[in-house]
Ligand binder design. Structure first.
Ligand SMILES: Cc1ncc(COP(=O)(O)O)c(C=O)c1O
Length: 397
């Protein structure tokens, strides 16, 4: 085989390992209980209704669905998204929306527009590992800020903003991935006050917001910061991740225009058929009712998993109880590394994701992320029981 030169971007020593591929691979093996991935529960997928929507689109607007379209996305879908924001008291116009290939692509587009090599980017510590991965494509310096139980550490945020003048601050204020933490009103207000005094854009990533099964929704940073905040959303966790439809809501005109150009350069536009089917589905069905059903299921699953953790995990293991979303973050007893739990558990047919990839710098941490959303009680019980045994074994080594 010929010798090829791979770009420095992909081969730099601190480029994050591809945990996403590992997770998706584990998911392809039906014998593995995959508590590691971010897969929604398949029972939440509206298969029949999507089939009807696809049929309708093809019959009524087949030519439009099969033709090239524009980079901003399908206008009725953009309008639907803007209207949903307004219903929640967030001022968004259709002209501020771009439809993307999942919010993962939105992260990519935003990064391409905002990051020059060496720019500082503030993230929560820990943060969504595939966001860290995509940021790294553009060679920034990642500046992590600790997360407390009620959100980002505001004092540290203030200090690091002053020290590093970041291009942007990436936050997941609702049911954060990986920790499940939700920011309190107080933290939102205080963080917004600090951010207002800076030039940093806030990139608010909000894929789980609709999946609240306890408590009350807090305000978006956009309500405090207006055009200083760029919001990301997705239908992946409420309708279907396979459809790959997400969006960016951006009021800042210069950033918005450059992101449209960038989207156009990357892939011209998001799959038109998919966008039209998604819109048709949303138009013909009661979306809120479907979300409520999913929330009911996830509330049950979260409570059941918590009970199993209590029953099977050894003393010294702690778990954060989320108010929504899909994830639970477990702190293992002192001295038990997440990577060792991962390695031992997979041999017994259970996949988990260790804390390591969610951190920019820390390694060998004593945390793991569990997905409570995807499974039946029976599978959750079995998976958590096996994990409990693995952790006990490691503790006694
Ligand atoms: C915080 C966060 N952002 C973005 C994404 C990407 O979602 P998608 O590209 O499926 O919309 C995910 C998926 O798990 C996520 O957890």
């Amino acid at each position: 085989m010929k010798k090829v030169k791979i770009s420095q971007r992909m081969t730099k020593p601190n480029f994050p390992a591809d945990f996403l591929a590992t997770i998706l691979e584990a998911n392809a093996d039906p014998t593995v209980i995959n508590l590691g991935g971010g897969m929604p529960n398949v029972h939440s997928f509206p298969v029949k209704a999507m089939e009807a929507a696809a049929d309708k689109v093809m019959k009524k607007r087949g030519v439009m669905a099969l033709q090239y379209s524009n980079a901003k996305g399908y206008a009725p879908l953009r309008d639907f998204i803007a209207e949903r924001y307004r219903q929640r008291g967030i001022d968004v116009d259709i002209s501020e929306i771009i439809i993307t290939n999942g919010s993962q692509q939105a992260l990519d587009i935003f990064s391409a527009v905002m990051i020059d090599p060496g720019d500082n980017v503030i993230v929560e510590n820990p943060s969504y590992f595939a966001a860290l991965q995509v940021f790294h494509l553009y060679d920034p310096v990642i500046v992590p800020i600790n997360l407390n139980k009620d959100g980002i550490d505001v004092a540290q945020l203030e200090e690091k903003i002053a020290e590093t003048s970041p291009q942007f601050v990436y936050m997941i204020p609702n049911f954060q991935n990986p920790t499940g933490i939700t920011y309190s009103d107080k933290v939102r207000e205080e963080a917004a006050e600090v951010l207002q005094k800076s030039n940093a854009i806030v990139l608010e990533d909000n894929p789980y917001e609709a999946l609240r099964f306890e408590g009350r929704a807090g305000k978006s940073f956009s309500c405090y910061l207006g055009e200083q905040c760029c919001m990301l959303g997705t239908f992946s966790k409420t309708v279907s991740p396979g459809m790959r439809i997400g969006w960016i809501a951006c009021k800042q005109k210069d950033i918005y225009d450059k992101m449209v150009t960038c989207k156009s350069a990357m892939d011209m536009h998001t799959n038109m058929f998919g966008q039209m089917v998604m819109y048709q589905y949303l138009k013909d069905n009661n979306f809120d009712e479907q979300i409520a059903e999913t929330c009911k299921l996830y509330k049950h699953n979260a409570e059941f998993m918590l009970a199993c953790i209590k029953k099977y995990f050894p003393e010294g293991a702690h778990v954060h109880k989320p108010e929504g979303g899909m994830f639970m973050w477990v702190t293992l007893p002192e001295g038990v590394r997440g990577i060792d739990v991962q390695a031992a558990a997979i041999k017994k047919g259970v996949a988990v994701i260790p804390g390591d990839p969610f951190y920019e710098y820390e390694r060998n941490v004593n945390t793991i992320r569990l997905n409570f959303a995807s499974f039946s009680d029976k599978i959750i019980d079995k998976g958590v029981r096996i994990l409990g045994e693995v952790i006990r074994d490691l503790l006694h080594k």
